[in-house]
Design a protein around this ligand. Structure first.
Ligand code: SF4
Length: 390
């Protein structure tokens, strides 16, 4: 029996609006927005970035998850994995009885037509969708329109005979889903993480090299049967939607230059195509934090969001280039005026640090949060900062 798919919600927006507000709204954040994104209390001044927190895609995905629970109170409801990269939101969904297929003891093979499965904002692979479809599950598809836009471009590359080079994280669900689209439409792909990896690709484009060494370097990051001697002759560029905009642009320039050097400018459209697929919400949050750093002489930056959230990590990277920056997963990381738990930029481990907050005099803190961080966490962090500076 083919799956039934809901792609535009379940007509229960009003029924869940109160619950969503109770769980994620913050009065203090609304007040600060109304006061020009600035909050003063005693010696503390907090400047909020003008764009932060839930993006349109996350807002919609969480809304649909709540609607799903409301619409199917007696049926088993599953998520394929985290709905978004925020531990609080995922935990809240667990308390509502929504189960995670990524949890130990759960299995996709056990699903059947009576089960309901929510697909996350960053989408699922073609193989996962086909598997759910075969089992006849009811599907609630929350894949964000901006992710669908990337897929559309990647499909076009595949159909036009271009290899999709995806600037992204090969371990990220969105990039895996995007890569699977290339293969589904008969194409090839290669995922590059940063400038260093792009440099390896560009050198190969310019001068060729040892294909075995190339494939070893990009193990798990290429489509099956990838041949760099053949598959780097025509390239289409795409991005994971949450990468650092400035880096994606540089990577695009590097690849274009290498293709120009190798093949010349004649008929270049047949060799190289690029579409900026960073989503507008990611770009707005990055632009807002750049503006905050430029306009406000903040002593330090706090960036709130899950440690596995790509867009949050990139906001922290921007901040760390010019200010002491603390990427915290939640307000509880602000332990005391002396101690903080945070994940330093460029590392994978949370650490504990002391002496992070100036003890005397005025202190000015800049604050932003990732696209998967609800406002109530931002509000709770500000309340803690206030208590430390009293
Ligand atoms: S970060 Fe962008 S692509 Fe991802 S869910 Fe939000 S709006 Fe959609």
């Amino acid at each position: 029996m083919p799956a039934l798919i809901f792609r535009k919600g379940l007509d229960l927006k009003h029924a869940v609006a109160g619950m969503l507000a109770d769980n994620y709204h913050s009065d203090i954040v609304e007040r600060i927005k109304a006061e020009d994104f600035t909050h003063r209390a005693g010696r503390l001044t907090v400047h909020l970035a003008r764009e932060f927190g839930f993006c349109y895609g996350v807002d919609r995905a969480v809304d649909y998850a709540y609607q799903t629970r409301e619409r199917f109170p007696d049926r088993a409801v599953f998520l394929t994995g985290e709905i978004i990269h925020n531990p609080h939101v995922n935990e809240k969904l667990r308390t509502m009885g929504i189960r995670f297929l990524s949890d130990a003891g759960e299995s996709l093979d056990a699903l059947g037509p009576s089960d309901v499965v929510i697909l996350p904002a960053f989408g699922v692979t073609v193989a996962m969708l086909a598997s759910l479809d075969r089992r006849g599950c009811t599907l609630i598809d929350t894949t964000c329109g901006s992710v669908l836009n990337v897929w559309k471009n990647v499909r076009r590359y595949a159909e036009g005979g271009f290899t999709s080079i995806i600037h992204g994280k090969v371990w990220h669900e969105e990039t895996q889903a995007t890569a699977s689209q290339a293969v589904q439409y008969g194409g090839t792909y290669l995922v590059v993480f940063d400038r260093a990896e792009t440099d390896v690709v560009c050198n190969y484009v310019r001068r060729g090299g040892d294909p075995a060494a190339f494939l070893e370097r990009f193990r798990n990051a290429t489509s099956p049967g990838f041949d760099p001697d053949v598959d780097l002759q025509r390239i289409g560029l795409a991005n994971q939607t949450t990468m650092l905009m400035s880096e994606s642009l540089e990577i695009g320039d590097m690849i274009r230059d290498s293709m120009l050097a190798r093949y010349g400018a004649a008929d270049f459209d047949r060799r190289y195509q690029a579409f900026d697929t960073i989503c507008s919400a990611t770009q707005d949050r990055q632009d807002a934090v750049v503006a905050l750093l430029r306009e406000r002489p903040v002593d330090l930056m706090i960036v709130i969001g899950g440690y596995n959230s790509s867009n949050t990590a990139n906001l922290a990277r921007i901040c760390a280039a010019s200010r002491p920056t603390f990427h915290i997963a939640d307000p509880e990381c602000l332990i005391s005026r002396d101690e903080i738990r945070h994940r330093p930029v460029g590392t994978k481990t949370e650490v504990s640090a002391t002496g992070w907050l100036p003890v005397d005099g005025d202190v000015m803190i800049g604050l932003t949060s990732g696209a998967s961080t609800p406002d109530n966490l931002v509000g709770a962090a500000i309340a803690r900062l206030e208590s430390f500076c009293r």
